[in-house]
Design a protein around this ligand. Structure first.
Ligand code: HEM
Ligand code: HEM
Length: 180
């Protein structure tokens, strides 16, 4: 049966993943542009650990989504907006899985070992060294910038619903019972 609201777990996962992405994109821009040194190295470590956390939470999100579904879009939307909403949600789900996998595979091939939060070694067995690693990281960067653009459109759509259409779309993703 189609649920009428998002489950609390879906809301928590949505906002924790969003917060991690809002942290790790500026970290990525800083780490890529800083001169070599301890700060740059630390930012790489935080970027990789936050990114792997996004991957784990994204997989959990997909499981909950598959098991429980999601409430239908609010009524009265034109067909193109319904299609755009479904396509962008699908693309966001895809990218929050693919972007970290690409970063993980690329850095495992070329660069420093992957340590989750400075403790758990998680380097993937990807061969090919620097050329393969750099090629994968280039795709990681492109996919990550695509994710950033989609998130900006997604936020604009959420604010449009809340401020212009004044429907319950944003409220039903917020903590509490929400509205349908
Ligand atoms: C949703 C998760 C992630 C997002 C949104 C993200 C975002 C980004 C972005 C925007 C860049 C480009 C920075 C620039 O060149 O200006 C980047 C680079 C990079 N990311 Fe990620 N990333 C994620 C996950 C990961 C993970 C899981 C790893 C590794 C375990 C990783 C490793 C790297 C590395 C090694 C670079 C290359 C930086 C350089 O060119 O020196 N990322 N990431
Ligand atoms: C930054 C990373 C973000 C990602 C990856 C993301 C991803 C998603 C995805 C995949 C859905 C569809 C949920 C489903 O149907 O199962 C969704 C729903 C939603 N998101 Fe985000 N989101 C992000 C940030 C935000 C932000 C910052 C806002 C608000 C300003 C927001 C507002 C919403 C709302 C209101 C919904 C519900 C849409 C509906 O029920 O029709 N999201 N988000």
């Amino acid at each position: 049966m189609t649920p009428r609201t998002y489950a609390p777990s879906q809301k928590v996962l949505h906002w924790v993943v969003a917060a991690l992405i809002f942290a790790l994109v500026p970290i990525a821009l800083a780490m890529a542009n800083l001169p070599d040194g301890p700060l740059k190295n630390a930012l790489y470590e935080w970027h990789k650990s936050f990114g792997l956390t996004v991957l784990a939470l994204a997989l959990a999100r997909l499981l909950v989504r598959a098991a429980r579904g999601a409430p239908p879009l609010v009524a009265g939307l034109p067909a193109w907006q319904r299609r755009a909403a479904h396509a962008s949600h699908l693309a966001l789900y895809l990218l929050i899985v693919v972007v970290p996998i690409l970063g993980w595979a690329g850095t495992s091939a070329c660069c420093a070992p992957v340590m989750l939060y400075f403790t758990l070694p998680l380097t993937l067995p990807v061969s090919g060294g620097m050329p393969v690693g750099e090629a994968i990281l280039k795709i990681h960067q492109l996919a990550a910038f695509t994710l950033v653009v989609l998130v900006l459109l997604h936020v604009a759509a959420a604010l449009h619903h809340h401020v212009v259409r004044r429907d319950g779309t944003l409220r039903r993703m917020l903590p509490g019972r929400g509205s349908e």
